[in-house]
Design a protein around this ligand. Structure first.
Ligand code: ADP
Ligand code: MG
Length: 920
C-alpha cells in the first residue's frame, strides 16, 4: 500500500454500486485476458513498454518508467449451503441472490428491500474450483511469470470458504485443487528449470507476530523494507526452492500441520490468523542481448558479453486472511480485551487502509499493522492484485455478509500501478567475465611464451650469421694481404730489372763519348745529365718503395702476431669451456644419482613412517580395528580371543601346559579326531605363534607345516581363521616366508580366500599374503601361484579391515617391483597390472578410510615409478589420481613422491602436456 497517492490515477473513483466497472472478468477460457481487463490486455499487447532496467539503475524507479495502471480486481464467491444450513434454514431464502451473467449480487436488506452490487466477477455456489482459479488467480500468476508482483487474497467470514478457495490440496479429488496448488502447477509448467527458479516461504501472522510455518521454532520473524526499492520481505523466513509439484504439496501439508500445532499451543483457531504464502519466481530474460556469446573472441561478441543478462523477479503472495467477523469484545475465546484488540489489529488496519485508498486520502495508515506493511505493494502499490470475497448464504449472518460485500466494493476502487521487476544479473555476468578473463590470461601467457621462443631462435640464428661473416671477413683480409705482398714483390722485381738496364745503357754511352770526340760532347753531356737525374729519381722511388715495403711487412707481421695471440687465447678458452662442460656433466650425473637415492630413501621413509603410524594407532586403539603391517594386532587379537575364551587363569595354565606337555604334543593335537580338540589346539598354537620368541621353535617343530595342513584338511571356519592368523604371524620373517612358499602356502591361502565368508578369516589370509608380497625374492612365484588374483578376489568382502590388508599387499608388491625396476632387474609392465589390479586401485584411490587410501596412494606412486606401466596407467585413469595425490594428498611426503614420479616420467609429461595440464 503506497502511503501517497502517487501510483493511483484517480479514475473510477465513483461508487461502484450499479456502476459497471472499467472492465469485467471475461471468458475464462481465454485466460490471458480473463481477469481483467482492458488494462491487463492492453499492457500485454503494448510491445515496446519501457523497462526500468534499460534506462536506469535496477530497483531505482525512473520517473516515467513502465508503470501500468491496474485496479484491484474483486470477485465474490458464494458457498453452497452446508448440511446444517440446509436443515436449520430450510424455511428461509438465502440472503443473497446472484446474477452471474450481469456480474451482480442482490443483498436482501429486509423482506421488501434489497441492494444491488456489481463485482468484477460473481461466482455462484456452483462455480468450479477450476473456473475460480482461472478468473481470479490465473491472470495474476501470468503477470508474476512476466516479472510483476502479484497478490491473491481471500476475505470473508469464518466458514465461508476462504481456505477452500485458496488452500485445498485436492488429493482425493483433483477437481478440488485450490488456487495455491493450481498456481504452482502453472508456474512450474512455464519456467525453464535450467535458467529459472521458484522459491517459497510460508508463514502465519497472529497477534502481530509472524511465525514460520516451515520451521515452527522460528516464531518471531521481522519484516524488512528496502528503503530504496520499497520491497517488503521476510528475511528470517525459511525459503525452500521448489522443483516439482509434489514437493510443493508436501510443503503446504507441512505448513498446515505446523499451523495446527501452533494454534493449538497458542489456544487459538486458525480462523484468527492470517496465512501468507510467498512464491518468488526468478526468470532470466531470453533474447538477442542476453544470449551467451559465442566462443570466438571477436570484438562484437566481447561487447555482447559485457551486457549483463536480465532477470525478472516476480513475487506471488497468496493470503488466507483471518475470519472477518468481529470478535466478541468480552473475550469469548478466553482472550482478554487487549488480546482481542491485538487479534483484530491487522485486519481492521487493512480495512482502514483500503478505505483511505478508496477515498483517495492523502494519508494511508500502512504502518499501523504488520499485515498492511506486508501488503504495502498489493494495495496502492505496484502489484497486480486479485481479491476474492467469500460469503455464505445464510440470512443469519446477514450483518457479516453485508460488511464483507462492502469491503469488496471498496477494494475495487483501489488503483495499483503495475511495474515490472527487472534487473541486471550482474552475478552471472561476473561469472562469465571471470571465465573469459581466465581464458585471455592463458592465451596471453601462451603467446608470450611463443614470442620468447621466437626471440631466442632469432638470436641464435643471428649469432650464427655473425660468426660466419666474421670468418669470411678474416679469410678475405688474409687473401687481400697475400695479393698485396705478391704485387709488391713483383713491382720490386720490375724496378730492379729496369734499373740494371739503365745502368748498362749508361756504361755504353760513356765509351761512345770517348770515341766520338768533342763534337758530340755537348749532346752527350746533356744526355748524361738527364740520365743522372733519372737514376736519382729511380733511386728515390726505390727508397720509397722499400720504405713502404718495410712498413707493410711490419704491419703484416703485426697482424700475424695478433692473429696468433687471438688463436692461442681462443684455444685456451675452448679448453676451459670443455673442462667446465665436463664438470657440469659430472655434476648432473651426480645430482641424478643423488635424486635417485633420495627417491629410494623417501619411499623407504614413507613406508617406515606408515608402519610407525599404524603401530602407534594400534597401540593407542588397543589393537581393535585394523590389521596393518606388522601383525602385532593379530597377536593381540588372538590373545584377546584366548582371554575371552578362557580367562586369565586359563592363560596361565596354558603356559604351564606348554611347559609340561611340550610343543610336539600340542602340535600333534592339531590332527586330533575331535574337532573341539583341534580348535583348541590351533588356538593354543596361534597364541604361541604370536610371541616372537616362540616362532622359531614352532617352525622347527613342524608347526608351520601342520598349520598349512589344517587349511587344506579342515572345513571349519574357526580353524581356518585362527590358523591363517597364526600363519600371518609366522609370515613376518623372511625365512618363514620362503618356507610358506615352498610348502605351497600361496595356493592354500588362495583356496581359503576363495571359500571364506567370515571377514576376519579374509583379513588374516589377506594379511598373510600381504606380508609375502613384501618379499623381493618371492614376487614371480607369488604371482605365478595366483597370489595377486587371490588378493584381488578378497575385495568382494567390503569390510574395511580386509580392504586395508589387500591395499597393503598391493603396495608392498608394487614397492618391490619398483625397487627391482630401479635396479634394472625388472623390465616390462607390473604384474599387478597384468593381473588386473589397476581398476580397483583407481576406484579406491579416493577411499577415505585412511589405511586403505594411504596404501593405495603409495601403490600408485610405486607403479608410476616404472615407466613400462605409464601407458596402462594413463589408459586406466591412474594419471588423474596421481595428479590429485600430488596436489591434494594431506601427507607431504606422499605428495612429493607423487610429484617426483610424475615429473620424472617422459610418458606422463607428454600426456600432461597433451592435455594441457600445466605441470612442472
Ligand atoms: P474459511 O477458511 O473461510 O473459514 P473453509 O474454507 O474452511 O472456510 O470452509 C468451511 C467449510 O465449507 C469447509 O468444510 C469447506 O469444505 C466448505 N466449503 C467452503 N466452500 C465450499 C464450496 N465452494 N463448495 C463446497 N464446500 C465448500
Ligand atoms: Mg480458513
Amino acid at each position: 500500500m503506497a502511503s501517497s497517492g502517487a501510483f493511483r490515477n484517480g479514475t473510477q473513483k465513483g461508487a461502484m454500486k450499479l456502476d459497471r466497472p472499467l472492465s469485467l472478468f471475461s471468458n475464462p477460457k481465454s485466460s490471458s485476458s480473463s481477469f481483467s481487463s482492458t488494462s491487463s490486455s492492453s499492457f500485454k499487447s503494448k510491445p515496446g513498454v519501457r523497462r526500468s532496467s534499460t534506462g536506469s539503475l535496477p530497483g531505482v524507479p525512473a520517473k516515467d518508467d513502465a508503470s501500468v495502471s491496474g485496479r484491484v480486481r474483486v470477485a465474490v464467491r458464494l458457498r453452497p449451503r452446508n448440511s446444517e444450513e440446509l436443515e436449520a434454514d430450510s424455511d428461509f431464502a438465502d440472503c443473497v441472490e446472484l446474477q452471474p451473467e450481469l456480474k451482480r449480487l442482490k443483498l436482501q436488506k429486509n423482506n421488501w428491500d434489497s441492494d444491488t452490487y456489481e463485482f468484477d466477477e460473481v461466482l455462484t455456489e456452483f462455480a468450479s474450483q477450476k473456473r475460480v482459479y482461472e478468473v481470479v488467480a490465473k491472470p495474476v500468476v501470468e503477470s508474476v511469470l512476466d516479472g510483476y508482483n502479484g497478490t491473491v487474497m481471500a476475505y470473508g467470514q469464518t466458514g465461508t470458504g476462504k481456505t477452500y478457495t485458496l488452500g485445498r490440496l485436492g488429493e482425493e479429488d483433483a477437481a478440488d485443487r485450490g488456487i495455491m496448488v493450481r498456481a504452482m502447477e502453472d508456474i512450474l509448467a512455464e519456467i525453464s528449470p535450467d535458467t529459472d527458479s521458484v522459491c517459497v516461504s510460508y508463514s502465519q501472522l497472529y497477534m502481530e507476530t509472524i511465525q514460520d510455518l516451515l520451521d515452527p521454532a522460528n516464531d518471531n520473524i521481522s519484516i524488512m523494507e528496502d528503503p530504496k526499492t520499497g520491497d517488503v520481505s521476510l528475511p528470517g523466513a525459511t525459503v525452500v526452492e521448489i522443483r516439482d509439484q509434489q514437493s510443493f504439496v508436501g510443503l503446504l501439508k507441512l505448513g498446515e500441520a505446523h499451523r495446527f500445532a501452533a494454534n493449538t499451543k497458542l489456544n487459538t483457531e486458525s480462523s484468527r490468523s492470517h496465512a501468507i504464502l510467498m512464491v518468488h519466481v526468478k526468470r532470466s530474460v531470453k533474447g538477442k542481448d542476453s544470449a551467451p556469446s559465442s566462443e570466438n573472441g571477436s570484438m562484437s561478441s566481447m561487447l555482447k558479453t559485457l551486457k549483463p543478462p536480465i532477470v525478472r523477479k516476480g513475487k506471488l503472495v497468496v493470503v488466507d486472511l483471518a475470519g472477518s467477523e468481529r470478535i466478541d469484545k468480552s473475550g469469548s475465546e478466553g482472550h482478554t480485551l487487549e488480546e482481542a484488540k491485538s487479534i483484530n489489529l491487522s485486519l481492521s488496519a487493512l480495512g482502514k487502509c483500503i478505505n483511505s485508498l478508496a477515498e483517495n486520502s492523502v494519508h494511508i495508515p500502512v504502518r499501523d499493522s504488520k499485515l498492511t506493511r506486508l501488503l504495502r505493494d498489493s494495495f496502492g502499490g505496484t502489484a497486480r492484485t486479485s481479491l476474492v470475497v467469500t460469503i455464505g448464504p445464510s440470512p443469519r449472518h446477514r450483518g457479516e455478509t453485508t460488511s464483507t460485500i462492502m469491503f469488496g466494493q471498496r477494494a475495487m476502487k483501489v488503483e495499483n500501478m503495475l511495474k515490472i521487476k527487472e534487473e541486471f544479473d550482474y552475478k552471472s555476468l561476473s561469472r562469465r567475465l571471470d571465465i573469459q578473463l581466465e581464458k585471455l590470461i592463458a592465451e596471453h601467457e601462451r603467446r608470450q611464451k611463443a614470442f620468447q621462443d621466437e626471440i631466442e631462435r632469432i638470436t641464435i640464428e643471428a649469432q650464427k650469421h655473425i660468426s660466419v661473416a666474421e670468418r669470411n671477413y678474416a679469410d678475405a683480409l688474409e687473401k687481400e694481404k697475400l695479393n698485396h705482398q705478391k704485387e709488391y714483390v713483383e713491382s720490386l722485381k720490375k724496378l730492379e730489372e729496369q734499373w740494371s738496364k739503365e745502368q748498362q745503357k749508361h756504361g755504353i754511352t760513356k765509351i761512345e763519348l770517348k770515341d766520338n770526340g768533342l763534337i758530340k760532347t755537348s749532346r752527350e753531356e746533356i744526355h748524361a745529365v738527364s740520365s743522372v737525374e733519372e737514376i736519382a729519381e729511380v733511386e728515390r722511388l726505390l727508397q720509397e718503395e722499400s720504405l713502404l715495403r718495410r712498413s707493410t711487412e711490419e704491419e703484416a707481421n703485426n697482424l700475424r702476431h695478433q692473429l696468433m695471440l687471438w688463436k692461442r687465447s681462443e684455444a685456451s678458452r675452448n679448453s676451459e669451456i670443455s673442462k667446465l662442460q665436463k664438470l657440469v656433466e659430472d655434476e648432473a650425473h651426480h645430482k641424478q644419482k643423488l635424486e635417485e637415492e633420495i627417491a629410494v630413501l623417501q619411499s623407504q621413509l614413507l613406508q617406515l613412517s606408515f608402519e610407525a603410524d599404524e603401530t602407534r594407532r594400534r597401540i593407542d586403539g588397543g589393537g581393535a580395528g585394523e590389521v596393518p603391517n606388522g601383525l602385532d594386532s593379530l597377536i593381540s587379537q588372538v590373545r584377546h580371543q584366548q582371554l575371552r575364551d578362557s580367562g586369565d587363569g586359563e592363560k596361565a595354565s596354558m603356559a604351564k601346559l606348554f611347559e609340561q606337555v611340550g610343543l610336539h604334543k600340542i602340535l600333534s593335537l592339531l590332527e586330533a579326531e575331535d574337532v573341539d580338540i583341534r580348535v583348541h589346539a590351533v588356538k593354543v598354537v596361534a597364541n604361541l605363534a604370536a610371541e616372537e620368541t616362540n616362532q622359531e621353535k614352532i617352525v622347527e617343530a613342524g608347526g608351520l607345516t601342520s598349520l598349512l595342513m589344517l587349511l587344506r584338511s579342515s572345513k571349519d571356519e574357526t580353524i581356518h581363521r585362527v590358523a591363517a592368523g597364526a600363519i600371518a604371524n609366522l609370515a613376518m620373517s623372511e625365512t618363514n616366508q620362503e618356507l610358506i612358499m615352498a610348502q605351497g602356502g600361496i595356493q592354500l591361502l588362495s583356496m581359503t580366500a576363495a571359500y571364506a565368508e567370515d571377514s576376519q578369516t579374509l583379513r588374516m589370509v589377506a594379511g598373510a599374503i600381504a606380508n609375502l608380497c613384501g618379499n623381493d625374492k618371492l614376487q614371480m612365484r607369488l604371482r605365478a601361484e595366483g597370489g595377486i588374483k587371490a588378493l584381488l578376489g578378497m575385495v568382494r568382502c567390503r569390510h574395511p579391515d580386509v580392504l586395508a590388508q589387500v591395499a597393503r599387499g598391493i603396495a608392498n608388491f608394487a614397492k618391490c617391483e619398483s625397487r627391482a625396476s630401479t635396479q634394472g632387474t625388472k623390465i616390462g609392465k607390473s604384474l599387478l597390472i597384468e593381473d588386473g589390479a589397476l581398476p580397483w586401485i583407481v576406484q579406491n584411490a579416493n577411499n577415505n578410510a585412511s589405511p586403505i587410501g594411504r596404501h593405495i596412494e603409495l601403490a600408485l606412486c610405486h607403479l608410476a615409478k616404472q615407466e613400462a606401466n605409464a601407458k596402462d596407467m594413463i589408459g586406466g585413469g591412474a594419471l588423474w589420481e596421481l595428479v590429485r595425490i600430488s596436489r591434494d594428498c594431506s601427507r607431504e611426503d606422499i605428495r612429493v613422491l607423487a610429484h617426483q614420479t610424475l615429473t620424472s616420467s617422459p610418458t606422463f609429461l607428454t600426456e600432461l602436456k597433451r592435455l594441457r595440464i600445466g605441470y612442472g
